[in-house]
Design a protein around this ligand. Structure first.
Ligand SMILES: O=P(O)(O)OC[C@H]1O[C@H](O[C@H]2O[C@H](CO)[C@@H](O)[C@H](O)[C@H]2O)[C@H](O)[C@@H](O)[C@@H]1O
Length: 246
């Protein structure tokens, strides 16, 4: 039984010989910050991911809503597979989306103009965009309405709610879809999927791991289909370190 106050067990030790690890980025590996650029990536994190990947025979991937080039910048030193833009772009496997979506620049211009008019932060992304209302949460309903209207006029995009933000991402791509593709790679095939994530955007991927013989780890408070919970990114990083040192 789950509730938002956190009644879930902590995850068992990672089985490096049998499991495949999929890790969300913001709010999961790193703490949420006031703006997307303000996150603090622990210096040791890329090396920890790289070493863990070696111990998993390559069965470790980052799966994020961020643009791929940002993930590569933040995690320099980690060479493994990465999926960005909520499942639309990737390295280490064939890109799920062959081209950037049609109408991308028009959509981005509308988002940027709306954000400027509203005094909010616009995040330019390789396959979409985000309007962040963390600086003025009272504007949430207005931002959501704008995003729904925009998606209705741009059929190649879908609304993606995020933490204190609303995003437009390419329609038809998702993190659980990315897990299905990654699991076809030889490094991941036949291993039990373990997914860690913190947000509504992670719930389909957490469900995918649970449904495919593995398990999910919800990071932080809130309802989740995941069987296990860790309270903060620092706890996830400690769990990863324990697997490395075990
Ligand atoms: O899939 P994720 O790796 O969890 O990325 C989801 C979105 O995270 C980022 O936004 C969130 O984190 C910011 C930094 O902590 C925070 O300021 C913002 O309020 C959050 O919504 C990122 O900016 C987005 O592009 C990602 O899609």
């Amino acid at each position: 039984m789950d509730d938002s106050t956190g009644v879930k067990p902590t995850p068992p030790a990672l089985n490096l010989g049998r499991e495949a690890l999929f890790l969300d980025f913001d709010g999961c590996l790193v703490d949420i910050a006031p703006t997307p650029d303000a996150i603090k990536v622990p210096d040791a994190l890329p090396r920890v991911l790289q070493d863990l990947s070696a111990r998993l025979n390559g069965a470790l991937a980052i799966v994020s809503g961020r643009s791929l080039h940002e993930l590569e910048t933040f995690l320099q030193g980690f060479d493994g597979p990465m999926v960005g833009s909520h499942g639309a772009e990737a390295r280490g496997m064939t890109a799920p989306m062959a081209h950037q979506p049609a109408g991308l620049s028009e959509l981005q211009q509308e988002m940027a103009s709306f954000a400027t008019r509203s005094g909010l932060l616009y995040e330019h992304k390789s396959h979409g965009g985000a309007v962040h209302f963390r600086s003025d949460p009272a504007q949430q309903t207005l931002v959501e309405g704008f995003a729904q209207d925009l998606a209705a006029r741009h059929g190649d995009f879908a609304v993606q709610p995020a933490k204190m933000a609303v995003e437009l991402r390419p329609a038809g791509f998702s993190k659980d879809g990315a897990l299905a593709l990654l699991s076809e790679l030889s490094a991941f095939a036949g291993r039990r999927p373990v997914y860690a994530g913190d947000d509504t955007t992670d719930e389909p991927a957490l469900a995918w791991a649970e449904d495919h013989g593995g398990f999910g780890v919800k990071i932080g408070a809130g309802h989740s289909v995941a069987r296990f919970r860790l309270d903060a990114p620092s706890q996830l990083r400690a769990w990863l370190m324990a697997a490395l040192e075990g």
